[in-house]
Design a protein. Structure first.
Length: 224
């Protein structure tokens, strides 16, 4: 009886996880087609951009990547313990260096680890091509660059699944002042429909798509 009850609970959680409650993707290790999800760790985004903005870009971008990947229901995603990440910083562990021997031990309960580093977040004057539409477009743009490095740690030694720079520029108003913005503004709906919020959203969608594509490719290649 107990086994039957536990099996019913598992089926309920799995079915519910395929519905609208995206947070259950954290606790459902199987997809709706019964295939196991890759077990993924997502440490916070490293912010090396030196951007002067009114809130933590690391917090914003980490939250948005997590939200997109959870909604896709293709990964068993765990938020990595921030305290452990502080320990890595103190030990000067750099996941973008050649020294990667520590990664498997640090993430021994996972199959994949996603490291991201925001390198550029800069508003500057847009290059003009003196075209007709230049007269109707903002004269400034936001340039964003993020480095991605994904490890497959299912084997004896960590394997790099993806290592690339994602770069994109988006038009923004010339009058924008990043350091004057409210610290909680990025969590509001009004921010998401603003030029800056739209740029961040489109950029993170692009980053997240690359992450998901390569993890699933790596996982599926070992299953065939």
């Amino acid at each position: 009886m107990l086994q039957a009850f536990m099996w019913m609970v598992f089926l309920y959680i799995t079915a519910f996880g395929c519905g609208q409650n995206h947070s259950l993707s954290y606790i459902t290790p199987f997809r709706c087609d019964d295939r196991a999800k890759p077990i993924v760790a997502l440490p916070p985004v490293y912010d090396k951009s030196c951007a002067e903005i009114g809130w933590s870009l690391s917090e914003e971008f980490t939250d948005h990547i997590k939200e997109i990947l959870v909604k896709r229901h293709n990964m068993y995603l765990h938020a990595f313990d921030a305290a452990n990440m502080v320990t890595f910083h103190k030990k000067q562990k750099n996941p973008f260096s050649l020294d990667i021997g520590w990664i498997k031990e640090a993430f021994k309960n996972y199959e994949f680890v996603i490291f991201t580093e925001l390198i550029e977040h800069e508003v500057h004057t847009k290059v003009s091509y003196e075209g007709f539409f230049d007269n109707f477009m903002p004269s400034s743009e936001l340039s964003l660059t993020m480095r991605i490095r994904i490890f497959d740690i299912r084997f004896a030694k960590p394997r790099v699944v993806l290592q690339e720079l994602v770069q994109q520029s988006y038009p923004v108003p010339k009058s924008i002042h990043l350091n004057d913005l409210n610290p909680e503004q990025w969590k509001k709906m009004s921010f998401h429909v603003s030029p800056l919020g739209f740029a961040h959203s489109q950029f993170i969608k692009k980053v997240s798509a690359r992450i998901e594509e390569y993890i699933l490719l790596s996982r599926d290649s070992t299953l065939n």
